[in-house]
Design a protein around this ligand. Structure first.
Ligand code: TRP
Length: 332
């Protein structure tokens, strides 16, 4: 059995980039043979930035509902909320003692914030709380506590997995070689590069995203905002240089993809029509999931029940690892 695990930070309704780049590949991976999948909602990672209780609560439900609506089967895949598993925080305390401060200084996300502060003439530490600084330790605890073999993540998270490997290595060298499983990242190159409305990587931060479960009318309006060049209807067009096409092919069958590429090259199809095609395809794929999502959000007790059951199962696994560690380090 190989254990795969990934965390989803609740910071808003997932968008198409999250779906194609994280949710869909992770759910496909969970279907593989001999795989035990654990997906969790990293709510204490969000607390570093989300300071509105009502907002955080609704983000947590949105993320849980999105995974369930996209096909996560809670009987097969373990789904839980990080804050429901206190063993994670004991694990974090243990790992802190073995984490070099210098390692944290090198974290890309932290360094980027320091650089931004400097460029604005602010103090290096401006706006940086200890949760942000120690983010990689909590993430290592998430991963190592569950004896994780593979972590499906985007490229931006690879350094965090390397840090988890480093920290686990320190404990293994100090106590016993197989105390902690050394995790590996798994990234799907093609699916990672989902373009947003303006052609840059789709990201909430760039505000170029397409929300996954927006109502149909809103989805259509958002698709119509995709940026194109100014070629006229009659001109032949290059599908390889078009945001609309780049998104279309991520959902289309090979036949649908080839048919649309042919229409691009022939000319006679304007951008409005191309967008309409994309919207129709997207909506046909999303509509059944959107219906499930709306249903789940209308009755959050259903989500609560799934998360409570998930936490119970997660804590059983976590308690074993913590017992093993407590013995190894000399407190148990
Ligand atoms: N840092 C991840 C992100 O921002 C979320 C996360 C938290 C995570 N803990 C994790 C991902 C453990 C994988 C494994 O997307």
């Amino acid at each position: 059995m190989r254990n795969i695990l990934t965390g989803i930070k609740p910071t808003g309704m997932p968008h198409l980039g999250n779906y194609l780049g994280a949710i869909r590949p992770a759910l496909t991976m969970a279907e593989e043979k001999n795989v035990e999948a654990r997906f969790f909602i990293a709510d204490y990672h969000s607390l570093n930035t989300v300071r509105d209780a009502e907002l955080l609560r609704s983000y947590i439900y949105e993320v849980a509902a999105a995974w369930l609506a996209c096909g996560l089967n809670p009987n097969k895949v373990l789904l839980y909320k990080q804050s429901d598993v206190p063993e994670i925080f004991e694990m974090t305390t243990i790992l802190m003692a073995f984490t070099a401060k210098g390692l944290m200084n090198r974290a890309h996300a932290y360094k980027a914030t320091v650089d931004l502060n400097r460029s604005k003439g602010l103090d290096d530490d401006h706006g940086i709380n200890m949760g942000v600084f120690t983010y990689p330790v909590l993430m290592a605890a998430d991963i190592l506590l569950f004896d994780t073999d593979y972590v499906p993540v985007g490229k931006d998270q690879v350094q965090h997995i390397e840090m988890a490997q480093d920290i686990a290595g320190v404990l293994n060298r100090n106590y016993e070689e197989e105390l902690l499983v050394i995790p590996k990242s798994r990234i799907d190159e093609e699916l990672m590069s989902v373009p947003g409305l303006d052609g840059r990587k789709m990201s909430k931060g760039y505000n170029n995203h397409i929300p996954l479960f927006a109502p149909e009318k809103e989805l259509q309006k958002t698709v119509m905002k995709i940026v194109t060049n100014s070629q006229g209807v009659e001109e032949p067009k290059n599908p390889g240089e078009c945001n609309i096409f780049a998104l279309f092919r991520l959902f289309a069958s090979e036949t649908e993809e080839r048919a649309l590429a042919k229409r691009y090259r022939k000319g006679g199809m304007g951008w409005g029509e191309a967008k309409q095609n994309l919207f129709a395809l997207l909506n046909s794929k999303i509509a059944p999931m959107r219906a499930r999502y709306d249903e789940l959000i209308r009755n959050t007790e259903g989500i609560d029940a799934i998360l409570t059951e998930g936490a119970m199962r997660a804590r059983r696994i976590a308690a074993n690892t913590i017992r093993r560690l407590r013995r190894a380090i000399g407190v148990g």
